[in-house]
Design a binder for this molecule. Structure first.
Ligand code: AMP
Length: 114
């Protein structure tokens, strides 16, 4: 998959169902949803994997979580619960190399994940 696919969504070069946006963060519905609510929360700055997060990104990464919580609350899942997960590299299933939090809600989620 394209290395900069999500940059193309940020730049509106390809369409996405955007649900949340700030100056630094964008969130849009996953094209292949795994739960009734499946949103990807991404920084507008390109960071390839979790391994590339530096001290200069800590506030930005924090914003991914506050954004996910806000989106979950907006959709009514704050109390019932939801999951956020970020995959790092191939063994974890990362396919798009621009960090993204998966926000999953709306069904019972098993643990451990597959
Ligand atoms: P990951 O496997 O953790 O890297 O997650 C990448 C996610 O991006 C997958 O859940 C895909 O379904 C999703 N995805 C790929 N292309 C698009 C797209 N154009 N719009 C929205 N979601 C996408």
């Amino acid at each position: 998959m394209s290395e900069d696919l999500f940059l193309k969504i940020i730049n509106r070069e390809i369409p996405a169902d955007i649900v949340y946006e700030t100056d630094s963060v964008l969130a849009f519905r996953d094209i292949n949803p795994q739960a009734p609510l499946h949103v990807l929360v991404i920084p507008k700055t390109h960071i390839r994997t979790i391994n590339d997060i530096g001290a200069e990104h800590t506030a930005l990464v924090g914003e991914l979580f506050t954004a996910a919580a806000a989106i979950a609350a907006e959709h009514g899942y704050a109390d019932d619960g939801y999951r956020v997960v970020m995959n790092c590299n191939e063994a974890a299933g990362q396919t798009v190399f621009h960090i993204h939090l998966h926000l999953l809600a709306g069904r019972s989620l098993s643990w451990p994940p597959g």
